[in-house]
Structure formats: C-alpha cells, structure tokens
Design a protein around this ligand. Structure first.
Ligand code: C2E
Ligand code: MG
Ligand code: MG
Length: 736
C-alpha cells in the first residue's frame, strides 16, 4: 500500500482548494476522477504518466494504458509542447506551480484551447507533478458571443438617436450612449457615476422618485398587472438647467454579478409637445375670432360645474349673446366686412371680462356637423357664449351684461367702409346662473338661450332666466342710473341727526344722505349706498357729502354754535383712495372749519384690508389737522379683530344701533358693556347709536356711556329743522 505523507492538490477551477492528507493513491485518484471536470494527469519525477482520470480519457480519446508511463508531449500542438515541457521541468526541478493557456491535441488530431495548471508535490519523497487540463472551448465560445453581443449592443445604442442610459440599483448611471449629449448637454463620460436625479429638476424628481423605484422592483412582465406603464412622460433638465419634456421607456435586466439594472430609452418630446399644443389650440378655437369654440366651452363648463359642486358657495353664470342687427350688416356690406365686425366684437367682449372669465364663439362651420341636433343647430355665426366663474352675487352677472351691451353698442369703424354707413350692432344677453339655474351643461346653455330670446324681444338688453333675478337686476339698474341722474340734477340732500352728551345737550350731528326720487319717493341709503359703492359713484357722491357737510359746519360754527361738531361717513372705496388725505385736507382748509369740530366715521371694513395703510392715512390726516377725530362706525358688527385697534389713532367707537335697539336680546347687553369697557380702557369715547327708549338710555348711562344718538333724541332732519333744534337747545333734549 502506498501512502501520501502530505499531499496538497490545488485545482485552478475557481481557486478551489482540496486538501488531502494521508490518503491512499487509489483514493486520491478516485477523488480526482469524481471532483474535477478537468482532465487530470499525474506525472512522476521523470515526467511520465502515473495516472489519468476519466475526464482525460474523454477529452483526449486515449485510454489509460496508451499513455501510462509515457511522457505527455504529444498531448499538445508543436508550439504548445515546448512551453509545456519547460513548465514541467521547472515544476519538477524548482517545485514551482504554474498555469497557462495552451493548445491541446486529441488522439483524433483535434485542437482544443485549454488551460493547463501544473501543480508540484512530493510523491514518495520524490518530486512529482499533477497536471490539470481544462477545456476552454465552451468558455471561449461564450466570451466570443458576449463580445459580439457587446459590440452589437454598443453599435445599436450608438445608432439610436435617443439617449440610452443604464442605471444600477443605487440609481447610478453606469452606461450612457453618445446621444445623451444632444438632449442633456452632458457627454457620456460626464454622466457615468452620476445619480439619475441629475437629469431632472429636483421638484420633478421628488415627485417621481417612487415611480422610478417601481421600475426596479416590478419586472417588465408584471408591469401590466401593477398598472405601471412601460413609458412615462416627465419633465427633465439639461446641463444648463433648461427644462426638457421627456418620454422615458424602462426595461429591466441583470448584470453579470446578478445586480438589477434598468435600461432607459429617453426621448426628447419638446417638438411633439409643441405640435400637440398647436393641434389642441386648433381643435379648441374658432378660426375667425381666435376665441374658444363650443368644445372648449363645454369642457370648461363641466370643470366649473364640478368645482361648484365641491365648493358650495361658488356662483357663476352662462351668458348667451346674440348680436342684434348683425345679419343686416352682413347682408348689405358683405361677408368680409361681417367677419371683420365679428372680430371687433370678439375683442370688445374680451375687454369686458376678467382674466378668469372666458368668451366663446360657436362658429357656424361646426354647427353644420351637428345639424341634426335641434338645440345645437341654432348656434349661429353671430352668437357668443360667456362663462363667468367669479361672481360674488347673482346681480354681478347683470353688471357684466350691461357693460357688454354698452361696449358692443359703440359705433364701429371698419377700414374700407364709408364712415357715414351705419354699422349699428347691438347685443341681447340671456343669463343662466350656476348653480341656481342648473348644474348640467346642456340645461344651462338652454336656459341662457331661453333668457336670450326674451331679451331679444326688445333687443340691447339682458334677461335672467328667472323673474325674481330680473326684478333684482332691474332694481339695481334703476338705482345705478338714478344715482347718476340725482347727482347731475343735485337731488341729493344731507340731513343731520343730533348726537347728545350725557348732560342732554346736543354736542354734534351726523350728516346722513337723503335721496327723494320724484316717482319712487324716499330711497334709503341702506339701498343705494352699496350700489354707489359698487359702481364707483360713491366717489363723486362722497366728495359732495364731505364738501356740503363741511360748509354747513362752517355756517353753524359762525352762526353761534361754535363748539358743534359734524360727523361725516366715509365709505370703504372713498377711504381706500390713494390721495384721500389730500382730498379731505383741501376741503377742510378750503371751507375754513376748525378741525376739532370735524369727525370722520369709517367702518372696520375700511381698515381690515390693510390696517397699516389705514393707520398711515389716519396719522397723516391728524398731523395736518390736529384735533380732528376719527370714529369707527357700526362697531361690533365687523371682523371683531381687536388686535389692530390699540394700534390705530382712533378716538371714538360707535356702538352699532342693532345692539342698542335689540338690547333685550340675549347677549346684546353684554356686547354693549364690552364695547364701553374696551373704549374706556383704550381711552376712546363711546357713542351709542340707535337709542330709541328711555330704558335704553338709562341702561347705557348706568354703564358709563357718555354720548348717544337715536330717535329718542331726534331723527335725522333737514338743515332748517336742525338749526331750529339747536336754537331751542337751551334746555337739555332730555332730562336724565
Ligand atoms: P350709519 O352711519 O350707522 O348711520 C346711522 C343710521 O342709523 C342712519 O340711517 C340713521 O337714520 C339710523 N338711526 C339713527 N338712530 C336710529 C334709531 O334710533 N333707530 C333706528 N332704527 N335707526 C336709527 P340712514 O340714514 O338710513 O343711513 C344708513 C347708513 O347709510 C348709515 O349708517 C351709513 O352707513 C350710510 N350712509 C348714510 N349717509 C351716508 C353718507 O353720506 N356717506 C356714506 N358713506 N354712507 C352714508
Ligand atoms: Mg355713521
Ligand atoms: Mg352706524
């Protein structure tokens, strides 16, 4: 029996080590036969074969006995033989291990690429060598195939005009073709190692990061099931930080090491987006006027309707417009002139609207497509539709409609048309309110159309779909026109209501507007002041009030009532005028009144939009006219934000009459007490308005209120009546 003392056999296959100690030769050879896929040849110190394993027999075609005790030179081609011989001799002589690629020769004369490893060891105390031969044919074939795939892949990726990137699991770019430079401005080398996020604006990347990650975990095959598209459209960013719309297709693969990779084919879709936008524009706009068309109108209306459904307090309106007299112009002056006029109308209509509102034209060409549909068939060439989306109240729609009527009515100048030729065009407007008159697009347009037909009966007017609103709107129109006329014809008057001190004597008066219409009789400022405010007519009206009241004050002051003051109301719009202080100042100086005899009343709604600006105006007024006093009118009904109050140079709080009149109503007495306490602690005077009864007065006095105004002392009266009252005011107006 032969024993190895110590035998270490090292195979080359993946550096696997097999340590064998003290085994029998047969056992070793059996192990070699089993464990290795390489041919094994065991050589003695003379280079003669001691053993070959079954793989050798299969690989070379020689039987064991054909090579036993022979040298193995003939196992290699001529050129490889020399290198092999040299390696064996170095191994046996110096005990050096080596490995090299050689060409083997089989019994049949077939050449094989092989990896030969020569391992020295001791055999019965003498040098010996174990030769392991691995057939590289398959491996070389795979390498060649891989090389060919690699070169086709790189040829392919270079041929494609779109950028191709490969990203690893850490979102690092590990491959980029040259096309990346055209789209992103980075060279492929600049991109290698960069994070994928470098190709997107950070906001976009943050939004899409989770989506991108999904492409790593969901295989191509499973995308459909998880509703993940193969491509996404997203905004990218180039080297100069310009935004580029991109379409990215994702594909999964694995690296040789088994790491997941994602290949992205990226397409710059800027051009496509521009074309899409152009196309969309063409599809949704009227060719002649450039206004939105019927389709765009319905889309926008549907969107607005869902908005209204969600946000309950939103109101809007559909205005259906039909030009009056257009057909005549078109027939007499020709279609070209008709078209020019339609464009002018479209421009005028747009000028009447806010940016959020839109005007549409349902052009005649489109109508023929819908010819069979009765409702739509009637939309003709001179019909427009407007969608108003920001109304505070229904009557605001009437204000826009009236503006449109006035604007369309103005004469048109058309090039090539004799200016003396009449191009009179008017417009009839039907209004359907959203949601009041419907929450369905077709229904709304139908209702607006019906209202338009009613308006058309007389032409150049608007009509609401419901009669109640028509009444409100015509009332508003009456007030607006009436204020204008009344201002022109000097119909307005000022009445004055006494303000009484705690001793019962009149200390001042509040100037209150009075409008007596010949037909309608007395019209309350509660009704007409808001309309004057909305239309801006409050400005000339307010100027007149201020000037008239100051003149009257001067008269009274010089007539012997030198300490009497006048309190004048300033509306929100008046007070918000940039040069209001200059304006008031001119009148104060002009009339020569003493500023200590003047009080200004403003409401909290004048202060709240910009308390800082309000403060500056008040301070400036007081600086120019020391002694002038500022009151907050209707105190307690406003925003109740008291924090601003201590910051403002306010002298007086006027408790709103509603608290005093309804003093017995729960909570009102408490509110009154609070206002009086607040006034006292801020060193402000408090005037109680709406004092109608002795009880009310007594209560207010018991709470240390010092000034009062109300029917108990006197209603607002004419100058003559008030002068009379002042003259008889030798006795207190009321004995307390
Ligand atoms: P205001 O400034 O709070 O004026 C007091 C209102 O209360 C006046 O109503 C007055 O007649 C009424 N009043 C006074 N005492 C009593 C009372 O004991 N019982 C009742 N039930 N009412 C009383 P008026 O004159 O109808 O004015 C209403 C509002 O119109 C005023 O409220 C003010 O906001 C506005 N206004 C009136 N004139 C002018 C003006 O010249 N300019 C501006 N901007 N607004 C004015
Ligand atoms: Mg007032
Ligand atoms: Mg008041």
């Amino acid at each position: 029996m032969l024993y190895f003392k110590c035998y270490t056999l090292q195979t080359t296959i993946e550096d696997q080590q097999v340590a064998i100690a003290g085994r029998e030769q047969g056992e070793i050879h059996a192990l070699l036969a089993k464990t290795t896929s390489e041919a094994a040849v065991h050589l003695d110190e003379n280079g003669k074969v001691l053993y070959v394993n079954p793989t050798f027999v299969r690989m070379f075609g020689y039987k064991g006995k054909e090579v036993a005790k022979k040298t193995v030179n003939k196992l290699f081609t001529q050129r490889s033989q020399d290198r092999f011989k040299q390696k064996i001799s170095v191994c046996l002589k110096d005990g050096e291990r080596s490995a090299s690629n050689l060409r083997a020769l089989t019994k049949k004369g077939q050449q094989l690429p092989v990896r030969v490893t020569v391992i020295p060891h001791r055999w019965h105390g003498d040098p010996a060598a174990m030769v392991l031969i691995r057939d590289l044919t398959e491996q070389l074939k795979i390498t060649e195939e891989l090389e060919s795939v690699k070169s086709s892949y790189s040829a392919l990726s270079e041929t494609v005009a779109d950028p191709i990137l490969q990203i690893n699991e850490n979102f690092q770019i590990i491959f980029a073709n040259t096309a990346v430079e055209r789209v992103f401005g980075f060279t492929p080398n600049e991109l290698l190692g960069k994070d994928f996020s470098a190709l997107f604006p950070s906001s976009v990347h943050n939004r899409y990061e989770e989506v991108f990650k999904k492409y790593f975990v969901i295989d191509d095959a499973d995308r459909k099931a998880s509703q993940l598209e193969n491509t996404i459209e997203v905004l990218g960013q180039n080297k100069n930080s310009d935004i580029v719309p991109l379409e990215i297709s994702f594909g999964n693969s694995k690296s040789v090491q088994g790491e997941r990779l994602v290949t992205c084919i990226i397409r710059d879709i800027s051009q496509r987006k521009i074309t899409e936008r152009k196309l969309k524009y063409l599809v949704y706009h009227d060719k002649l006027t450039d206004l939105g068309n019927r389709d765009l109108f319905y889309i926008t209306l549907e969107q607005f309707i869902s908005h209204v459904k969600r946000y309950q307090d939103t109101i809007g309106a559909v205005l259906f417009l039909d030009l009056d007299g257009f057909k005549k112009v078109n027939d007499t002056l020709g279609h070209n002139i008709g078209d020019i006029l339609l464009c002018s109308c479209a421009r005028r209509l747009s000028s009447c609207l806010r940016e959020s509102d839109h005007v549409y034209r349902f052009s005649a060409e489109l109508d023929t497509n819908h010819g069979s549909h009765e409702d739509l068939f009637r939309f003709g060439g001179d019909e427009f539709v407007i969608l108003l989306t920001h109304l505070e109240k229904p009557t605001d729609a009437a204000v826009v409609a009236q503006k449109i009527i006035d604007t369309i009515r103005r004469p048109y100048r058309v090039e090539g048309v004799d200016p003396s030729t009449k191009t009179n065009i008017g417009v009839s407007v039907g209004i359907a309110l959203i949601p009041q008159n419907g929450l369905d697009a077709m229904q709304l347009i139908k209702h607006a159309d019906m209202a338009m037909y009613k308006a058309k009966e007389r032409g150049n007017r608007y009509m609401f779909f419901t009669s109640e609103l028509n009444k409100q709107a015509s009332e508003r129109l009456f007030l607006e026109n009436g204020i204008r006329k009344a201002l022109d014809q000097k119909v307005f008057e000022l009445h004055y209501q006494p303000i009484v001190g705690v001793n019962g004597f009149i200390e001042g008066v509040e100037a209150l507007l009075r409008w007596h219409d010949r037909k309608r009789g007395f019209i309350s400022p509660v009704d007409f002041i808001p309309v004057a405010e909305e239309t801006g007519l409050i400005l000339p009206l307010g100027d007149w009030v201020f000037e008239t009241a100051c003149q009257q004050l001067k008269t009274w002051n010089t007539e012997g009532f030198e300490d009497l003051y006048v309190s004048i109301n300033l509306s929100v719009k008046q007070f918000s005028q940039e040069h209001i202080v200059d304006k008031l100042s001119r009148v104060i100086t002009g009339t020569g009144i003493k500023s200590k005899n003047l009080k200004i009343e403003i409401t909290e709604s004048s202060i709240m939009p910009d308390p800082n600006e309000a403060r500056m105006k008040m301070e400036e007024l007081k600086k120019r006219h020391p002694g002038i006093r500022i009151a907050i009118d209707d105190f307690g009904t406003g925003y109740s934000s008291l924090s601003y109050l201590s910051d403002l140079p306010v002298d007086i709080l006027k408790i709103d009459q509603s608290f005093v009149i309804n003093m017995s109503k729960k909570g009102n007495a408490k509110i009154i007490n609070t206002i009086i306490t607040l006034g006292n602690s801020l060193f402000m005077d408090v005037i109680a308005e709406g004092v109608e009864t002795k009880n009310q007065l007594e209560y207010l006095i018991s709470k240390s209120c010092k000034s009062f105004q109300g029917f108990y002392f006197g209603k607002p009266v004419s100058v003559t009546a008030l002068t009379q009252l002042l003259k008889t005011d030798k006795q207190p107006l009321v004995q307390t």
